[in-house]
Write a protein that binds this ligand. Structure first.
Ligand code: GCW
Length: 690
C-alpha cells in the first residue's frame, strides 16, 4: 500500500542556505553509512544541495584532529565540507547516544558519542534544516553549536499488533508488522525505523501484550529467522526489537503442567528458550510482559508474587543482556459494582509497593501514567511517588483509545508534559524540585540506568500512518519528548507542523492553536473534572454515561439525584494515602483539590460551588456547550487551509474534523440531558437540553 513519509517528507525550503558539497564519512561503518545516506537525501530534497561522500578516514582524522579549531572557516579552507565523526571525548557528557553539531575551521562537524549519537545528530541537523533556517545559518556560520544527550535511557513504542494483522485499539488500519500470522519486512519497515530514529526512539515492541494463540509461537523456530532479520534492520537504526511474551508459554509451548516461576522445570524451560532465541536473534532487547492482568496468566495462579515471576524471566535472560519489562496494570477486573470500598485506582500501588527493592536489575516496571487507564484526565500514578529501589518506566498511550480514537483531534503532548512535571515529593535524594516523574523515569533521582518512557503506538498501515493526519503529532511528539523532556508541547507541535507541511506561516498559524487546545476541548465535551469513562463498552468510542456503571471493571461515576464522583479520600476508599505529603493533603481536601480532578477524588453535590463561582451542574452544562462549540470552530477555522495543503490531506483532515464536530454535539446532548434528568436542575442559561 502506498504511504506518506510523514515528517520525513522533505520539501524544498526556499530560504535555506546549506553551503556544503562534500561529506566526509567513514561509510565502512554501517551506521555511519546510514547517517550519511540520510543527510545526502535530506540535503538534496530540502536544499537542492548535492553532497559528494568521501569515505577517507585519514582525511577525516587529519581535518578533525585539532579539536580546538572551532569557529568560522579561515580563508582558503575547505568550507564546503561536512564531517561525520564518532568521538565521545568531544562531548561534554560521555554518552553513546549524545551528539554535538558545530562549525569548525574545516567545515561542519556532526559528532556522535557513539553510533546512536551520530544518527540522532544527523537527524537533528535535518530537523533544523526543515524547521529552523535561522538556527541552521547560525550553526553553519559558527555562531551556535548544538549539543544534546537523551533524557531517558529507554524510549520505546509498544505496538498492540496481533499476528493475524489486526491491532488491539488500532485506529489507523491494520498492522504493517504482521499479516496472516507471518512477519512482514519490506520498504515500509525501513521507513518505520527511519521515523523512529529521526525522533530518537530506540526500542520497539511489535506484538500485543495480550499474547494469545499464534502469537505465543513468536519465540519458536518458525519465526526466529524473520525476527533476526527484523532485529538486524532495526538495529541499523539503533532500535532494539522487543517482544511481548506469554507467561504461560511453558504450558502452551513446553508441554509442562505449570508455569509456576519457582518450579525448576519452568525455570529450565525459560533458560533454554532464551538461549535458543538469543542464538538466533542476538540483537533482541528483551520482553514485555502483561501478567495477571485482564485474564492473562501470571504468578498469582501459583500463589507467587510479581517479583518472583519477573525475576525468574530476568534470570533466564540476564546472560544475554536482555531486559524484562513488567507491566503494573494489575487490578481486579471482576469487581462487584455494589462494592464501593474496592477501588481499582489503588490496585497498582497495593500490588507493587510491597515489592520495592525485590526486582532484579534487568527488570523494569512499566507504569501507566494514571492509576486507571489512559482517561482524558487522571492524577499521576502514585507508584512513581512510592517505589524507590525499582527501575521504572512511564507508559503513556499515543493510540487515542479514550481520547477520540484518532477520529477526534487530541494532541497529547501537553498531558504527558504535565505527568512528567508532577512533583512526587519522594523523600530520598531529592533536592528541591528534582523529584518529578521526569527525574524518576530518566534515572536522575535514583541513579538508575534501566528506565525511561514507553508509548502505546498509534500507527497502522493507513497511508498517513496514523488515521488522522494530525495524530502523527502524537507519534512524533512522543519520541521528541522522550528524548528531550525539557521541550515544550508548543515547540514540539511547531516542529511537527513545519517538518510535515513545510515552513508555511498560515499552516502553522492555523494548526498550532488547534493542536494546543485540542486536549482541553476534547475533555470539555466528554467527561471533565477527572470523572472519565462514560464510553460504550468494549470499543470505547462514543458517549454512554452508564456504559460501565454496572459492570465489573471498577470504573464508576456513582451519579445519583444529589451528586456524582468517587470518594477517594480517607473517609472513602483511602486512595489519597498512596501519595506523599503535600499531595495527599491537597487531594484529600475538596478546597485544595485541583478542580480538573475534583470528581476523581470526591463525591460532590451538584450544587457545590466551584472556584469559578459556578455550581458543579452549571459547570457540566457550560463545559459541554463550550467544548462542542470549540470543536465546531476548529472545523470552520481549518477551512482556511483549503488551498495550502495537498488536496487529499485537506480532505482527510476536514472529514475527521467534521466527524468530531458532529460527534461532540452528541456527547454534549447526551451528557447534559443525563445530568439534567438526574439532578432536576435547569441550565441557568436556558439552552436546549433534551
Ligand atoms: O486500556 C486497556 C485496553 C486493552 C489493553 C489494556 C492494557 C492490551 O482496553 O485493550 O490490552 O488496557 O493496557 O493491557
Amino acid at each position: 500500500m502506498a504511504y506518506s513519509k510523514a515528517w520525513l517528507n522533505y520539501r524544498v525550503v526556499d530560504h535555506i542556505r546549506f553551503p556544503f558539497d562534500t561529506l566526509y564519512a567513514d561509510t565502512g561503518n554501517e551506521q555511519i553509512r546510514i547517517a550519511a545516506q540520510e543527510l545526502q537525501k535530506a540535503a538534496k530534497e530540502l536544499a537542492k544541495a548535492k553532497l559528494n561522500c568521501i569515505s577517507d578516514l585519514a582525511e577525516i582524522k587529519r581535518a578533525l584532529g585539532k579539536s580546538d579549531d572551532v569557529g568560522a572557516a579561515p580563508k582558503g579552507a575547505c568550507r564546503g565540507a561536512v564531517y561525520m565523526e564518532i568521538n565521545p571525548d568531544r562531548l561534554s557528557l560521555a554518552d553513546e547516544e549524545g551528539y554535538l553539531i558545530r562549525r569548525q575551521a574545516c567545515g561542519l562537524v556532526i559528532c556522535g558519542g557513539g553510533e546512536g549519537g551520530l544518527l540522532y545528530g544527523t537527524f537533528a541537523l535535518i530537523r533544523i534544516m526543515q524547521t529552523d533556517p535561522q538556527l541552521l545559518s547560525k550553526i553553519c556560520s559558527g555562531k551556535q553549536t548544538v549539543e544534546k544527550s537523551p533524557a531517558n535511557p529507554l524510549r520505546m513504542l509498544n505496538h498492540w499488533d496481533n499476528t493475524d494483522g489486526s491491532i488491539e485499539r488500532g485506529y489507523a488500519g491494520k498492522s504493517f508488522f504482521f499479516a496472516d500470522h507471518e512477519l512482514v519486512i519490506d520498504e515500509r519497515t525501513r521507513d518505520y525505523a527511519r521515523l523512529l530514529a529521526s525522533v530518537g526512539i530506540n526500542a520497539t515492541v511489535i506484538n500485543n501484550v495480550n499474547v494469545r494463540g499464534a502469537a505465543t509461537e513468536l519465540i519458536t523456530a518458525r519465526y526466529l529467522p524473520q525476527l533476526a532479520k527484523l532485529a538486524k534492520l532495526f538495529y541499523t537504526y539503533r532500535i532494539k526489537l522487543y517482544l511481548s511474551l506469554n507467561f504461560a508459554a511453558p504450558i502452551e509451548l513446553g508441554g509442562l503442567a505449570t508455569c509456576d516461576p519457582l518450579e525448576q522445570d519452568v525455570q529450565d524451560f525459560w533458560k533454554k528458550k532464551m538461549d535458543e532465541v538469543y542464538a538466533a536473534v542476538p540483537e533482541l532487547g528483551g520482553f514485555l510482559v502483561k501478567a495477571d492482568s485482564e485474564g492473562r496468566p501470571g504468578p498469582f495462579t501459583y500463589g507467587r508474587d510479581h517479583a518472583q515471576g519477573a525475576n525468574m524471566l530476568a534470570e533466564a535472560i540476564a546472560p544475554h543482556g536482555g531486559n524484562i519489562i513488567w507491566r503494573c496494570f494489575v487490578y481486579n477486573c471482576r469487581q462487584d459494582w455494589r462494592d464501593r470500598k474496592t477501588d481499582r485506582a489503588r490496585a497498582g500501588y497495593d500490588n507493587f509497593m510491597p515489592l520495592d527493592g525485590q526486582f532484579a536489575d534487568n527488570v523494569i516496571l512499566q507504569i501507566k501514567n494514571g492509576p486507571m487507564d489512559f482517561q482524558v484526565r487522571e492524577p499521576v500514578s502514585p507508584l512513581f511517588s512510592g517505589l524507590k529501589e525499582t527501575n521504572m518506566m512511564l507508559e503513556v498511550q499515543a493510540a487515542q483509545e479514550y481520547t477520540g480514537q484518532q477520529k477526534h483531534l487530541c494532541y497529547l503532548v501537553p498531558m504527558w508534559k504535565e505527568v512528567l512535571g508532577f512533583r512526587t515529593y519522594a523523600e530520598k535524594g531529592a533536592t528541591d524540585g528534582a523529584d518529578t516523574v521526569a527525574d524518576i523515569v530518566s534515572g536522575r533521582l535514583y541513579g538508575q540506568r534501566n528506565c525511561g518512557m514507553a508509548a502505546v503506538a498509534n500507527t497502522g498501515d493507513d497511508e498517513n500512518w496514523t488515521g488522522h493526519d494530525m495524530a502523527a503529532a502524537n507519534f512524533y511528539g512522543f519520541g521528541r519528548l522522550a528524548f528531550d523532556t525539557e521541550l515544550t508541547a508548543e515547540e514540539i507541535a511547531k516542529e511537527w507542523v513545519r517538518a510535515t507541511y513545510g515552513c508555511d506561516r498560515e499552516v502553522l498559524e492555523c494548526m498550532l492553536p488547534m493542536l494546543l487546545s485540542s486536549w482541553e476541548i476534547y475533555e470539555k465535551y466528554t467527561s471533565p473534572l477527572g470523572i472519565g469513562w462514560m464510553v460504550n463498552p468494549s470499543h470505547h468510542y462514543g458517549p454512554n454515561v452508564d456504559g460501565y456503571e454496572y459492570d465489573r471493571w471498577g470504573t464508576y461515576h456513582y451519579s445519583d439525584c444529589h451528586g456524582m464522583g468517587v470518594d477517594r479520600t480517607m473517609a472513602g476508599t483511602g486512595y489519597v494515602a498512596q501519595y506523599n505529603e503535600p499531595n495527599r493533603g491537597m487531594y484529600e481536601n475538596i478546597e485544595s483539590c485541583p478542580e480538573e480532578l475534583l470528581l476523581f477524588f470526591h463525591h460532590v453535590p451538584y450544587t457545590h460551588m466551584l472556584k469559578t463561582g459556578k455550581t458543579l451542574i452549571q459547570h457540566i452544562y457550560d463545559s459541554h456547550f463550550e467544548g462542542a462549540m470549540q470543536a465546531q470552530n476548529m472545523l470552520l477555522n481549518f477551512d482556511s487551509l483549503k488551498h495550502r495543503l495537498p488536496p487529499e490531506v485537506f480532505e482527510r483532515i476536514h472529514t475527521r474534523l467534521k466527524m468530531q464536530a458532529d460527534h461532540a454535539k452528541e456527547w454534549r446532548d447526551r451528557i447534559n440531558t443525563y445530568y439534567y434528568r438526574m439532578s432536576g436542575i435547569a441550565d441557568e442559561k436556558g439552552r436546549t437540553i433534551y
